[in-house]
Design a protein around this ligand. Sequence first.
Ligand SMILES: NC(=O)C1=CN([C@@H]2O[C@H](COP(=O)(O)OP(=O)(O)OC[C@H]3O[C@@H](n4cnc5c(N)ncnc54)[C@H](OP(=O)(O)O)[C@@H]3O)[C@@H](O)[C@H]2O)C=CC1
Ligand SMILES: Nc1nc(O)c(N)c(N[C@@H]2O[C@H](COP(=O)(O)O)[C@@H](O)[C@H]2O)n1
Length: 221
Amino acid sequence: MYVHVNAATSADGKLSTRERRQVRISGDEDFARVDRLRAEYDGVLVGVGTVVADDPSLVRHDEAHRVAERGPDPTPPARVVADTRLRTPADAAILEGDPVTYLLHGETASAERRETLSAAGATLVPAGSGNDRVEFPAAFDALETHGVESLLVEGGGEVIFSLFEHDLVDRLSVFVGGTVIGGRQAPTLVDGRGFVDGFPELELEGVERLDEGVVLTWAVR
Ligand SMILES: NC(=O)C1=CN([C@@H]2O[C@H](COP(=O)(O)OP(=O)(O)OC[C@H]3O[C@@H](n4cnc5c(N)ncnc54)[C@H](OP(=O)(O)O)[C@@H]3O)[C@@H](O)[C@H]2O)C=CC1
Ligand SMILES: Nc1nc(O)c(N)c(N[C@@H]2O[C@H](COP(=O)(O)O)[C@@H](O)[C@H]2O)n1
């Protein structure tokens, strides 16, 4: 699986507020860049924390760019959610519309949630044992059997940490916008328990000024 993590942070590295309410950090130029990126990948992944906080649909992408990349009538990027216990609400926007939605889940997801979300149109992908969260290496192997071989990961910070922890990230791009959010409880780009050693090493590939901010792109060594 090729994994590209992309997100937008405030100048102080926050993804949103301490209330975990969605903040529009990107401007129009950066959202257009994200639409082009979405068009380049087989799927777009977020954690269930982002689904609950933002209720994203993850449908929007640059269709002309996708046609240019993949030829006429391409399938739209799949939506993927890491959701151990299947907390995604049955009326979530991510389950509406045409693109397939894969819910990666663990063994602790109840039969009732499995039935409810299958009936709501989700494709369930078991990938976790015992009480553990979604095990990304196994989940990505399973997604590849569905033809999903590249992912744009849009957040949030918990999921991004897990992916770095498992050495699964190939590329990282961050739009750093001209705003300050602050707050020690506010989510940052990479949360989880954090690293104390063995920090992932990044090689700077690009610096681009957009809107009132800058896009930094790194390859992960
Ligand atoms: N500015 C930006 O670009 C973006 C901002 N955001 C913001 O980020 C916040 C949400 O981020 P965050 O709270 O970190 O939530 P995440 O979207 O990272 O989701 C985290 C949840 O995913 C589930 N999960 C399943 N498997 C794993 C795993 N292996 N590792 C980690 N998590 C796993 C867990 O819930 P469970 O145990 O129930 O499965 C966990 O609590 C919101 O405020 C949102 O607005 C989000 C995306 C982009
Ligand atoms: N690139 C970017 N800039 C921001 O300012 C943002 N708040 C986000 N958030 C991400 O975009 C998702 C919403 O997508 P749709 O509206 O469904 O297209 C949201 O869930 C975050 O992942 N991203």
